[in-house]
Every structure is written in structure tokens, then in C-alpha cells.
Design a protein around this ligand. Structure first.
Ligand code: C5P
Length: 398
């Protein structure tokens, strides 16, 4: 099954269920969508309710279940409002009856009315007896739907509920789910791009129990990785903390480990975003044993410079990699940022003012200035890190 992100683009899947024994399987399909945080609205034909109950479908979808619109007490054009809400219509199992009605513009119940009015993608997963599936008119109608860009998830051959073997069994639920995700992701702006994001403060060990680090929360990096993923990118988050995400998360500790991972990952990437607060120095010698307290009032630890990952990769990378650095300044924000982008050689530098208590570091909000190589500056006013992340990605990939 295709992995999808955990806020799943806030998409609504309309699931149409028709009257066939495979209707019971759709309970599990609803759970698959829900597990991946899709909003699900179920529309049933009256016959479908002979196979699966309204209460089951309402409980699983956590929404009202919609049936025929002709026995209502008040006028409410439900088929139109549901069409507006749905991002995709998935009809499973689709009976020969419903398939043939849709292919001929017949709208004699809520589901076929929705199918007629729906101008977004429609996925149809047929399930029926082999003879019905092979029926000339059914096949002509299937072809007509295919020719008009309806997505048919072909039924499988196997044991059927009517006791025979043959074509017509509802395909595996994974196939319906994957087709939905494939269609919904197709027009995402970062589809086909690989983005590597670093996040968190590096951990530079002194001995088995002590280390040098910083207060970076990693929230900005996480917001960038999440938003890049939501926009359809393949994401690798190289982070100093572990976090459960549907994209790849590689946990590293020291600057040197992070450098190694970054260099490996950018070989196949389109963009590197370095939000990590990489320690500039590390202990010259790591002590294998715990450093003992001595009689001295003062001790010194010798530090050596860490690699500047951003500078190093900015000056030695393939041409088609966009590199975004971050800088945290406590004074002369813009002037320092201009000097820094020239010195590092990255394509963009996102500057933020760490002297302000209301933004940055552990805060959920930030206010930033995005510089490009020509030293043009885009100001993003104080807003959530989530919004800042969207603005950065839109600017970099505009
Ligand atoms: O030089 P400064 O630490 O201000 O630069 C910040 C930017 O450089 C950030 O994007 C950070 O991830 C990156 N950096 C790095 N390697 C270092 C220090 C910082 O890649 N050793």
C-alpha cells in the first residue's frame, strides 16, 4: 500500500457503495482511508444497505451515510453539496447496473446523480458475476467510461460468492486505495522532487555521558519536511531527534554524522534545506571513559572546528540542486545575512532574529527574511512555522 502523509492533504473521499456482496469489504477500505487521515463520506444505493448496515458505515467513516435523495422531507440538493466536498469519488463495489447507468448519464438515485454531477476524478471498482462482467453491454459501458477518463480498477479472477470461478471479483483493496492516492497526488506541486531537510541541534559528545549541544527545537525543519511531503515531494529528514513520520527520517547526532548523511542523500535530491543548528565546534578528543572530577577549580576542553556542511556542499554540488540555508542572528540581521549567503554560496538564506523572545527557537512562530543569490529579500511576517515553511517552499520552487 502506498504510504501517505498523516494529515493527508485534508482530502475528502466520497465512497459510493452499490448492492453487491463485496459491499462488506468496503468497511475495511473505509478504515484504510481513515487510518491515513482522509475524510470519508459514504453514499450508498438502497440495495447496498441489504449487505452492510448504515450504522457500520457511519461508525467507520465517522460521518452521516447518504442514501437516496427522493424520500426527503425537506429540499436539500445533497448531490451538489457532496460533489463540492469530495476531492475524488470511489465507487466500490460498482455493480453492472450502476456502471451502465453512469455510462449512459442516468441519475435515478443519489449515487448516480453524484457521479453525473461530479467533475473531479472518479474511480470505479467493478464486482459482479463473471457472465455479467463479460456481458457485451457492460463491457461497452466500461470502455465508454475508460475513454472518458474514468479510472477503472479491474476486477480479479477467482472464487466468486455465487459459487463459481472466474472474472468479476472485487480487486484487492490496496489497489483501490493506491489508485486514489496516485490520482490525488498527481497534481501536487512538488511531485517528483526529492527534498532533504536537516533539523535539530547537533550533539557533540565529550564522553559517554556528556555532550555539547544547543537549544534548537527542530520545529522549523519538521514544518518544512511535513509541508514538502504534503506538496508531494519525496522527503528525507535528517534529524537529531527521532520522530514518527510517513517519510524517511534519518537520525544523526554529530555534525560529522550529519555531513555524511547529507552528502549521501543530496546525490539524488533536488533540494537541500539546512535548518539544523550544527555545532561549530566539537571536542578535539572524545574520552572513552567518563571524565573524572579533579581537584582543579578550572578545567579546559579543547574544541576543534566542525565541517561547515552548508558551505561545503554549496561549493561542491551538481548544478541542479537548490540549497537553502538558515541563519539565526541577534543583531544586524539583514547585513549579516547578506554577508553569510555570499560566504556560504547557497542559493537561498532564511534569516531570523533570535534576539526576539516571541519568535524563533522553541516558539511555534517565526518571522523571517528570505534572501536569494542576487540579495533580493522577501519578508515573511510573523506567523506559524507551518506557514513560514509553506512560503519558503513556494518561493524556492515558484
Ligand atoms: O554559520 P552559521 O552557523 O550561522 O550558518 C547557519 C547555516 O549553516 C544553517 O543553515 C546551518 O544548518 C548551516 N551550518 C552547517 N554547518 C555548520 C554550521 C552551520 O551546515 N558547521
Amino acid at each position: 500500500m502506498t504510504q501517505t502523509n498523516n494529515n493527508n492533504l485534508n482530502k475528502t473521499v466520497l465512497i459510493g457503495i452499490t448492492g453487491g456482496i463485496a459491499a462488506y469489504k468496503i468497511c475495511e477500505l473505509i478504515r484504510m482511508y481513515k487510518r491515513n487521515n482522509f475524510n470519508v463520506k459514504v453514499i450508498v444505493t438502497k440495495n447496498a444497505l441489504n449487505f452492510v448496515t448504515e450504522l457500520t458505515l457511519a461508525t467507520l467513516s465517522q460521518n452521516e451515510v447518504y442514501c437516496d435523495n427522493f424520500d426527503m422531507k425537506e429540499y436539500k440538493p445533497e448531490h451538489i453539496s457532496l460533489c463540492d466536498e469530495g476531492d475524488i469519488l470511489v465507487i466500490a463495489p460498482a455493480s453492472a447496473n450502476t456502471i451502465s447507468k453512469i455510462a449512459n448519464g442516468i441519475c435515478d438515485n443519489l449515487l448516480t446523480s453524484i457521479a453525473c454531477a461530479f467533475n473531479k476524478p472518479i474511480v470505479i471498482a467493478p464486482a459482479m458475476n463473471t457472465n455479467m462482467w463479460n456481458n457485451k453491454f457492460v463491457q461497452e459501458n466500461i470502455q465508454k467510461l475508460k475513454d472518458n477518463d474514468y479510472k477503472i480498477v479491474e476486477p480479479e479472477t477467482g472464487y466468486l460468492a455465487c459459487g463459481t470461478e472466474g472474472a468479476g471479483r472485487l480487486c484487492a483493496l490496496d489497489k483501490i486505495y493506491d489508485k486514489t492516492v496516485e490520482i490525488l497526488n498527481a497534481d501536487l506541486p512538488l511531485k517528483g522532487k526529492k527534498i532533504v531537510v536537516t533539523a535539530g541541534g547537533t550533539v557533540e559528545k565529550l564522553d559517554p555521558v556528556r555532550y555539547i549541544s544547543n537549544f534548537s527545537s527542530g520545529k522549523m525543519g519538521l514544518a518544512l519536511a511535513d509541508n514538502a511531503y504534503k506538496m508531494g515531494a519525496e522527503v528525507n529528514l535528517i534529524s537529531t531527534f527521532n520522530v514518527k513520520r510517513p517519510y524517511v527520517v534519518t537520525v544523526t547526532q554529530s555534525a560529522k554524522d550529519m555531513e555524511k548523511e547529507v552528502k549521501e542523500e543530496i546525490k539524488s535530491a533536488d533540494c537541500l534545506i539546512m535548518t539544523a543548528a550544527v555545532a561549530d565546534y566539537r571536542a578535539a578528543d572524545y574520552s572513552e571513559q567518563k571524565i573524572k572530577k579533579t581537584a582543579e577549580d578550572k578545567i579546559s576542553i579543547e574544541l576543534v572546528k566542525n565541517p561547515d556542511i552548508l558551505k561545503e556542499v554549496s561549493q561542491n554540488h551538481s548544478k541542479d540542486l537548490k540549497i537553502v540555508g538558515f541563519c539565526a542572528e541577534s543583531e544586524n540581521l539583514i547585513e549579516n545575512a547578506k554577508t553569510k549567503i555570499k560566504n556560504k554560496g547557497c542559493d537561498y538564506l532564511v534569516a531570523n532574529d533570535i534576539s526576539r523572545k516571541d519568535i524563533g527557537f522553541s516558539s511555534d512562530e517565526n518571522e523571517v527574511y528570505i534572501l536569494n543569490k542576487d540579495l533580493e529579500i522577501k519578508h515573511v511576517d510573523k506567523t506559524s512555522k507551518d506557514n513560514i515553511a509553506k512560503k519558503i517552499l513556494e518561493y524556492v520552487f515558484e
